[in-house]
Design a protein around this ligand. Structure first.
Ligand code: ADP
Ligand code: MG
Length: 202
């Protein structure tokens, strides 16, 4: 059998706060194959964000392992290797756009983080900007474009370094129907390129 793209192997996460012990995730196992689109649904507080934060290495598991392409990413204090991190793209609820950069510079930020440069990466940025109708706004600053445009910039920024897995934590929360539809279309197009998508919905 093919190795899972993402594997949760009996994962438990317990938060110890001063006043209480919270088991946010209990003995969770799941395998996601390359190219699958997985959507996790559940009520507020059931541990969805905790799952995604363990997967992207922000927090560690209490028990169990998480593997990406067979490589353990729960870290016991160690940083996730950059070779694995590069495989991940994140779409945040808030677009987290930096106001002092242009739209293009914001979208290209992961390229700087991962040291990816050259004409092929430049043209990838152009293609993505074009794909979501932001090409004419490439030189604009975030305060000069609409909220929907900022969201689109956030989506393509998550994709710019050509990740294999896209992680989204309630990307359309509080969004209007039009924007949701737009995100859906973008994702469908990206999906055609074989991307594995892990999405939290509400
Ligand atoms: P969801 O995303 O499904 O709404 P979360 O994963 O954010 O749920 O939270 C699951 C549970 O874990 C909640 O009870 C939440 O209060 C608790 N929790 C999440 N993060 C922390 C933390 N850093 N410290 C203590 N408790 C936390
Ligand atoms: Mg959440």
């Amino acid at each position: 059998m093919q190795e899972a793209k993402i594997k949760f192997d009996h994962v438990t996460k317990v938060f110890e706060t001063r006043s209480q012990t919270i088991t946010a995730v209990k003995d969770y196992s799941m395998e996601i194959q390359a190219g699958e689109f997985i959507s996790i649904l559940g009520p507020s507080g059931c541990g969805k964000s905790t799952l995604i934060r363990m997967l992207d290495g922000i927090i560690d598991t209490t028990e169990g392992d998480i593997l990406i392409d067979g490589v353990k990413v729960n870290h016991k204090g160690k940083k996730m290797p950059s070779s694995v991190l590069r495989k991940l793209g994140f779409i945040f609820q808030q677009p987290n756009i930096l106001p002092w950069y242009t739209v293009r510079q914001n979208v290209a930020l992961p390229l700087r983080v991962f040291g990816l440069k050259g004409p092929e990466w430049d043209s990838r940025v152009d293609e993505l900007l074009e794909m979501v109708g932001l090409k004419e706004y490439a030189g604009a600053h975030p305060n000069e474009i609409s909220g929907g445009m900022l969201q689109r910039a956030g989506v393509i920024r998550a994709m710019v370094h050509d990740p294999e897995i896209l992680l989204m934590d309630e990307p359309t929360k509080g969004m209007d129907a039009e924007y949701k539809e737009e995100i859906g279309k973008i994702l469908t197009r990206l999906k055609q390129h074989g991307l594995t998508i892990f999405m939290i919905s509400h």
